[in-house]
Design a protein around this ligand. Structure first.
Ligand SMILES: [Fe+2]
Ligand SMILES: [Fe+2]
Length: 377
């Protein structure tokens, strides 16, 4: 079994210095190349519906297509500061405003102006990472089309490629036309996307992307959807989530069959990969780039925030989809509960009893009325 050091590069998962040592790439490069190390697999078994659950997803996906240009009302004007105020109203006190009450912290001298700017930067940062993550999903799902050996899965993945193109498109458009500035790819998210893309095994693409990254995205989008009353972003998130739930279900339904056949040694590799992904995603939410842009040293800010109850609650909420899905796949309890213990360490094991996404994805689907409205728009 691998140690924390081998998996995530540090012994203590809360070691702030080590977390911050992973920095975003500088540079003007407009492209980034990652080796994908995989064979493209043809199958000669064209029998549609051999895997009924995947076939059903594929038929649903064909029916659920929407158009980011015409189904969202881009004439709505968005004031980035108003967006921040709405979120404050829903969320109540933020960790930062609480920290401001502590004498001797970097926040002590901040006025409303700096806290407003922090809110604006945090939204730019969050939506930028969503956008980059969506591009990761676009690339990973194109890879699944090539590498998965089952025709029903190739068909479904092809619809997901289209979904992800639409998601990148709408997040980029929202950032470009309604907010004011992108952030580059967060280094922790970058490491995770590289790991997923570089792995030659087709199921690892699913585990990294559909189960971990998209499982987290589904929870994070749901949270943001609840917090915001800005009508354009709210509808954008609602539409994206209707696709995202299907994508996570695609991961669960495909891997459930495949994992049933794997040995304990093979399963352990999957668990370690899932744990590494979980820690990378958690690290990214330290949003170190935002602190730097605000002129603060992340090393001074993060210790103030790391134990804040609001922040911990948010961080744990990100795992509400991941944990029950890992359980459904048998990842929690084989190998003497290795992953169960890691999730206990992260404080998220309590979510194991929630409904898994393969059982709840249909509840996220757009209703016929919503799809009909969008066809007219
Ligand atoms: Fe997506
Ligand atoms: Fe997705």
């Amino acid at each position: 079994m691998s140690t924390n050091e081998e998996l995530i590069g540090r012994a203590d998962i809360n070691d702030i210095e080590a977390i911050l040592a992973v920095a975003a790439e500088e540079g003007e490069e407009n492209v980034r190349a990652v080796k994908d190390n995989a064979d493209a697999i043809f199958t000669w078994d064209y029998e549609k519906g051999r895997r009924p659950a995947l076939n059903k997803l594929y038929e649903k996906a064909k029916h659920a297509q929407w158009n980011g240009e015409t189904d969202l009302d881009w004439s709505i004007e968005v004031d980035p500061l108003e967006l921040v105020e709405m979120q404050r109203h829903s969320f109540g006190q933020t960790p930062e405003t609480r920290a401001a009450q502590i004498a001797g912290t970097p926040f002590e001298k901040w006025s409303d102006k700096e806290f407003d700017q922090l809110g604006i930067e945090s939204n730019n940062w969050m939506l930028s990472q969503f956008m980059h993550g969506e591009q990761g999903a676009l690339i990973c799902t194109a890879k699944i089309v090539e590498t998965v050996p089952w025709i029903d899965a190739k068909y479904y993945a092809a619809t997901q490629v289209m979904d992800e193109a639409r998601h990148v498109e709408v997040f980029a458009k929202y950032l470009d036309t309604k907010l004011n500035g992108h952030y580059p790819l967060n280094a922790h998210l970058g490491l995770l996307l590289d790991d997923i893309i570089e792995d030659s095994r087709w199921d690892m693409t699913y585990l990294g992307m559909q189960i971990m990254v998209e499982g987290l995205a589904l929870a994070a989008f749901g949270f943001m959807h609840q917090m915001t009353t800005e009508p354009l972003l709210k509808k954008l998130l609602r539409y994206v989530m209707s696709d995202e739930a299907r994508h996570v279900a695609f991961g669960v339904l495909s891997l459930k069959e495949y994992y049933a056949e794997l040995s304990d040694a093979e399963m352990l590799e999957r668990k370690e990969f899932a744990f590494e992904a979980a820690v990378r995603m958690r690290d990214r939410f330290m949003q170190q780039e935002v602190w730097e842009r605000m002129g603060l040293k992340p090393k001074e800010v993060l210790p103030l925030l790391i134990d804040n109850p609001n922040r911990l609650l948010f961080q744990q909420m990100l795992f509400t989809k991941i944990v029950p899905n890992c359980k459904k796949l048998g990842l929690l309890d084989r190998n003497d509960g290795w992953l169960r213990h890691r999730f206990e360490e992260l404080g998220v094991i309590e979510f194991e009893h929630l409904t898994d996404t393969s059982d709840e994805y249909e509840a996220f689907a757009l209703g016929d009325q919503e799809l009909a409205d969008s066809a007219i728009a």
